[in-house]
Design a protein around this ligand. Sequence first.
Ligand code: ADP
Ligand code: MG
Length: 583
Amino acid sequence: MDTVTDSKDKGVATGQEMTDGFNLLIDALKLNGIDTIFGLPGIPITDLTRKAQAAGLRMLSFRHEQNAGYAASIAGFLTQKPGICLTVSAPGFLNGLNALAHATVNCFPMILISGSSEREIVDLQQGDYEEMDQLAIAKPVAKAAFRVLHADDIGVGLARAIRAAVSGRPGGVYLDLPAKLFAQSIDAERGRKTLIKVVDPAPQQIPAPDAVKRALDLLKGAKKPLIILGKGAAYAQADADIKALVEKTGIPYLSMSMAKGLLPDTHEQSASAARSFVLPGADVVMLIGARLNWLLSHGKGKTWGGKGHKDWGGQKFVQIDISPQEADSNVRIDAPVVGDIRSCVSALLAGMGSNWPKPPADWLNAINEKKTTNIAKMAETLAKDPSPMNFHSALNVVRDIVKANPDAMLVNEGANALDFTRSIVDMYKPRKRIDVGTWGIMGVGMGYCVAAAVVTRQQVIAIEGDSAFGFSGMEVETICRYNLPVCIVIMNNNGVYKGTDVNLAGGPDVAPTVFVKGARYDKIIEAFGGVGAHVTTPAELRKAMEEAVRSKKPTLINAVIDENAGTESGRITSLNPQSAKKK
Ligand code: ADP
Ligand code: MG
């Protein structure tokens, strides 16, 4: 039977076949290959969640909409299909909105679908149950926002939402569905005809030949070229072409956080261990799906060899990006190549011909020298076994476990827990590392864990700061409920950044950054039937992680870290107003 007719109802009185808003939405989702919904039931969408499950969709219920939303956003990143988050009206919608903004900012395709109250009452502000003009509120943080008022527009509404989410630069889309819509009954045959299976939702965007040539000319003349891979490159799933391009050019590369593993971090061309040498040293930099935002010091200043804080370092840039507006957003881009990454990279490869010159040896040798020194220094730090355990000695274990399980997904958030993990734990395969993204936010952790486990069906390892974990910790129940292979490691240093701050007024309250000392996070998962472990040494951590990966059971490891370990704001101390003042 055609999927579209799966959920039809028989009109009782007339014998005419009828359908309704609930069924049309479900049929429209299925027709477009969407098989999972991340959400939280409640008025007016409770029945929708039941019916979706009955119709064969995977309906994953969370404890808070923000986490369902983050799950949807990262599912979008991992699959190139819009991740669907379903929420109730006003407060549920607002809880989901954070993730919608996150999806838009990070260029992840996602659709937030929220039920809403009666239009007539909302628009006259007559005080309906959970009254709110959700469409207006969603617009500024969404790539696009739509409302559907009639059941026979559901097909068009979803088609527009899908296209907006995945075409061009992906982003978050809001779809507003007022309560009344769901119950609207229409003739099933007519309803069927209103549905749209979106053809070619993310059309290829082929770069102009002269743009490709301009980029190649610039690269060819470079004495100290560098490639920077961003999460746009990871999203594009053009892994083999990207690897071929990097290897054929012989150009050293840096991976942005979520692009780690696109080529293995241990690849001989990886310049990660010489980052602070190659950025100021390079003369031509090719950005592939990476923006010159704060994470790259806006392409200028001391990081890039500029004298002052806003000085240009002298580099020339090639930028491959699907958004024609991205170039020149911070510094001059000499060779923008606009198109989807797969098309751009294959056009560059084709244009390179067969005897492309390798970069000058003195540049490569200088990088290798730096790398060797820095890697040796790091090895020395990692080999130490201080008591109490610190970030390095704990992450040395995580590094080994990830190496032994290169298919595992790594979720990572925190301040120090983030920075240290990113630099210590090597990644070996594309799209295995998912983290705080463009905003550097906390709170993505458990939502990402659920989505990563469900979408990839791989083991998930989450490295969490104790503070970061708190934002989504209740989803441990969700992880246990669905029995997902998730191993959460909490780097517990008793607080935000570290646990040693004191109350400057000397009063009875602890400092704002300090938590309960010696907290036993492992007990939380035990409440839901998962495995808890409390560890204080690297050896214990290793044993607990190995057991988690072996058993695939939901596991939470409370890893006690020296409460003196950690710096304020991790590596972005400079963004604190006090330090900014000193600049
Ligand atoms: P990172 O934080 O890893 O540096 P960013 O999120 O800053 O990455 O940059 C990702 C870039 O990739 C965005 O500018 C986005 O427009 C671009 N992008 C996303 N998907 C594609 C694609 N399929 N083809 C080309 N560019 C893409
Ligand atoms: Mg902490």
